[in-house]
Ligand binder design. Sequence first.
Ligand code: FE2
Length: 362
Amino acid sequence: MMRSWIHFTRGRFVRQARVGLGELREEHLSRHGFAGPVAMLYRTDGPNEVVRIEGDYRPRQIDSADVVAADAGDPRGGPLTLLSNEDVAIAISRRRQAMPYCYRNIDGDLLYFVHRGNGLFATEFGPLRYEPGDYILLPKGTTFRLMPDDQDSLLLVVEAPQPIRLCEHEQVGRHTPVDPTVLQVPDVADYEWPKQDEWEIRIKHKGAHTSIFYRNNPMNVVGWKGDLFPFKLNVRDIRPIMSDRIHLAPSSWVTFEGTGFVVLSFLPQIAVGDLNAEELPSYHRNIDMDEVMLTHADEDPQDRRPGGFAFTPQGVLHGVNEAFRAEFQARRITGTRRTRTGIGVDSYRPLNVSPEFARMTE
Ligand SMILES: [Fe+2]
């Protein structure tokens, strides 16, 4: 990572970023997420009062419930990709019926996040039942069947050609923000599925599908060992890193990391107690990262409706607007709780907007 060590100051600025701003508005202009060279820019006007946008390079927002994926109506259908680049693809599955085949993705790891619905990931390692708030990581090539219980489900699907790993936050110990033993790892099971003459494994490779049919049920594994396995983690088992005196940059909330992207969990937590410190995400231009956010839940849904799916391309100023900031600051008292749960995917290389997502955000 490019690092610099020369800092300058000019004009009006605060001694400690994010603290004691008074009438100033602070904009965080940074490279490499929030880890690289940075400038704080100070203004007395709100920097994010958008009047209009002309052109295609802009934030895009939809209600994820409006996504019509092929797997909603066709059990052999797939999720709908909204955004992708060489490192990561972000899709939404609305699968209503069980896969009538076993599935194997050779294009990379699959990380599911369950926004809505319950069901079963039947894997060759054993069953993983799922519920809202679950992340399910399926390493590349894992054989599985997705078998939802409900009629309605909404799953975020993150696919990456390079391995997706649980992020280790080295400076805060081995059990923070996730104790690794809270991960749920499948144990072998006999699925007791009715006998079949042949068993289909539907394989995805370079985006295309091939089916190989086997005489014996490929899910009949009677034991396994090793350090390559699927697992699940519910967001309620993540204990967010926080500070009472300063709003932490989102990199502290990374849950998974892959080559060229990270997956973040924004979780309910107590707001910064120091009323002199900015609580809200500062105005920022994350100049090296595209940002994607699914609002999973909000205990105070008047503010932000769960299910919102937002895309902010790198370099576009965001944060809040002045009206929201003023209202939030006015009702903020020590001990205020932030109520939102959001799942973020931030990528270094720019994401391409799929034709379907573009149409939905025209
Ligand atoms: Fe951001």
